[in-house]
Design a protein around this ligand. Structure first.
Ligand SMILES: [Zn+2]
Length: 159
């Protein structure tokens, strides 16, 4: 089958321009400099008092209510922050620092490393491919399920 299919490439080099064939034009979007709030909203599913960004190693700790820490824990973190202020960051106005997983690693909301933005840009840049793939995969799963249901119904008749 591969190689015999007719291949048609849509010209996606002209984002935002009105297309002559009447198709809906692609949305104009430049690569984001920072991950959007919408993307963070999709990623975040947890909040912690102390959390390390696994993309850069920065540790964030909240100190709005100091009573949540074990004896000496907050003092140790503050001492580390004094030594390495770029690596240990105290957030005075919260006890719950938002974070979530992406690509198997903890990402801390608005971490200075900004590594999450590359995923958002990649997903958005390839959204048509991703959308097609997801639709095709779900369609295949539905077909497989139908076949499975048929087999199961045949077995019931045998019983
Ligand atoms: Zn980071």
């Amino acid at each position: 089958m591969i190689g015999r299919r007719k291949v048609c490439f849509r010209d996606i080099s002209k984002f935002g321009e009105k297309q002559k064939d009447g198709q809906i034009p692609f949305t104009e979007i430049n690569k984001l400099e920072k991950a959007s709030e919408v993307f963070w909203d999709a990623i975040i599913n947890a909040g912690s008092l102390v959390i390390t960004c696994e993309f850069c190693g920065r540790t964030y700790f909240g100190s709005y209510s100091e009573g949540w820490y074990d004896e000496g824990e907050l003092e140790d973190l503050r001492a580390s922050a004094k030594k390495e202020p770029d690596k240990y960051i105290e957030l005075y106005d919260t006890d719950s620092i938002s974070w979530g997983y992406i690509d198997g690693r903890q990402a801390v909301y608005s971490c200075a490393c900004n590594n999450v933005v590359k995923y958002e840009n990649w997903i958005w840049q390839h959204r048509h491919l991703i959308s097609q793939y997801l639709n095709k995969r779900v369609k295949k799963m539905k077909e497989d399920l139908k076949a499975e249901q048929y087999v199961t119904s045949q077995l019931k008749e045998v019983e």
